[in-house]
Design a protein around this ligand. Structure first.
Ligand SMILES: Cc1ncc(COP(=O)(O)O)c(C=O)c1O
Length: 437
């Protein structure tokens, strides 16, 4: 089944390369030797154009908390579509979704919507600069926050940098101006002492510290509490804003990961699940900070923010339908299922004799082909040979009808059942036998 160079997907990849730059519009979803094209998706399952059925354990990179084509979302969108899909007026659903979010998360006093997690991080950073009047930002070495060039700095740093106590600001993409690198202070994730020393050196020029509370590259575990406590203290003492990137980690609970951590940010970047499967981003936070978006009656806001599709009524209706059904009980059972899945896969590793581990929190999981404890970026780092082994494991799983994200990262949805987890474990046992043999 995979790979099959005679497949319709393989042919579509070849056709796509003739009209689409890079053969597609999303670098992060590529699989080798070709990317699958999907014909249909329902619940936990997708069917590709060749008729292959796959259990989807990545759910559009965590954004589909109810899986595919969740009936209440389909119904909400069906209700809105004939009444208009985009207009240059406001729509009540925007207030409804903002109210739902503010009711659930104490640090959300105001919300502003946009169209992607990348835009959310970008606007959170611009907001922090506008509010503090300071130019620099701090971010963790090796962390992904979407495609804003400031947020991309040091995303692809390698092992040679992780061993350094002062990680350098490195360009991710060709053409990044030196001026961007100069404004980004890079700190080592989960290393409070080194990070504190670096942050104190730049404290008077920093507008914000951006941190993802569950880094997927590390295995989807929650950030160390003493680390975020240190970030919070240093921010408060120096007038810096603490920004959580909860584009992914908002999945952790009714009040996001901040509800679990108990350390509260000033501003949060959101995306993914709050759009119910449609393009979305949002910035939420303290009212005084968010007031940078307020326009006086006779002028422009300190931080003007336009966007043709911001708070699009289709997205807002879908997001509202998705989030309404994520009650505290729904989050609890999803997270319990996540724990069950991690435990079952850990047993598969033990029985297979292949060295590895399963990490993650809530509904996240990640497979690793090593067993060292993972707290820092160094711990998670794998050689190019290790990355190749993970890619092979992923391909073996696709061949067995299981789809995980790159690096064998995955997540569940409310559509995931015990049977799906059993099928995942059976496929994993077979896939591990193949790489072992
Ligand atoms: C932590 C984090 N922040 C930001 C983003 C960017 O979100 P989007 O892909 O919607 O632009 C992502 C995307 O995966 C992410 O994982």
């Amino acid at each position: 089944m995979f790979p099959n160079l005679e497949s319709t997907s393989a042919a579509l990849n070849a056709r796509a390369r003739k009209s689409l730059a890079g053969g597609g519009s999303r670098s992060t979803i590529r699989t080798n030797p070709y990317t699958l094209y999907i014909r249909d998706a329902q619940g936990a399952e997708v069917v590709d154009v060749d008729g292959n059925h796959l259990l989807d354990f990545i759910n559009n990179y965590t954004s589909l908390i109810h899986g595919h084509s969740y009936p209440p979302i389909v119904e909400a969108v069906r209700g809105q579509l004939p009444r208009g899909s985009a207009f240059s007026f406001c729509h009540e659903s925007e207030i409804d979704l903002a109210e739902l979010l503010c009711e659930r998360v104490p640090s959300f006093e105001r919300v502003r919507f946009m169209n992607s997690g990348s835009e959310a991080v970008m606007n959170a950073i611009k907001l922090a600069r506008a509010f503090t009047g300071r130019p620099k930002i701090a971010k963790c070495d090796g962390f992904y926050h979407g495609s804003y060039d400031f947020a991309e700095v040091s995303l692809s740093s390698g092992p040679e940098h992780w061993l350094q106590e002062d990680p350098p600001s490195l360009a991710y993409s060709r053409g990044t101006p030196q001026s961007v690198l100069d404004e980004v202070v890079v700190i080592p994730f989960n290393e409070p002492q080194h990070s504190q020393r670096i942050l104190e050196r730049h404290a008077q020029t920093l507008s914000c510290i951006v941190v993802d509370t569950t880094c997927m590259r590390l295995g989807g575990n929650l950030v160390r509490e003493d680390y975020v406590t240190m970030l919070k203290d240093i921010s408060r003492r120096n007038g810096i804003l603490l920004v959580y990137d909860e584009v992914v980690s908002f999945r952790l609970g009714y009040s996001g990961s901040q509800g679990v951590l108990g350390v509260i940010p000033d501003v949060t970047a959101l995306g993914k699940i709050i759009g119910g499967g449609f393009p979305v981003g949002a910035v939420a936070g303290r009212a005084d900070v968010m007031s940078m978006f307020d326009s006086p009656a006779d002028g422009v806001a300190p931080l003007p923010h336009g966007g043709t599709f911001n708070a699009n009524p289709i997205t807002m209706s879908a997001g509202l339908a998705a989030m309404k059904d994520m009650t505290p009980d729904a989050f609890e059972s999803l997270n319990l299922m996540g724990g069950k899945a991690r435990e079952a896969m850990t047993n598969v590793f033990t029985e297979s004799g292949v060295i590895g581990q399963v990490t993650g929190v809530g509904s996240f999981f990640k497979l690793h082909l090593h067993d060292r404890p993972i707290t820092t970026v160094q711990d998670a780092g794998v050689s190019s040979e290790g990355q190749q082994q993970l890619a092979t494991l992923r391909a073996n799983l696709i061949d067995a009808g299981i789809f995980l994200g790159s690096g064998c990262f995955g997540c569940l949805s409310t559509a995931t059942t015990d049977t799906h987890i059993e099928r995942l474990c059976t496929a994993l046992a077979g896939a591990l036998r193949k790489i072992d043999g």
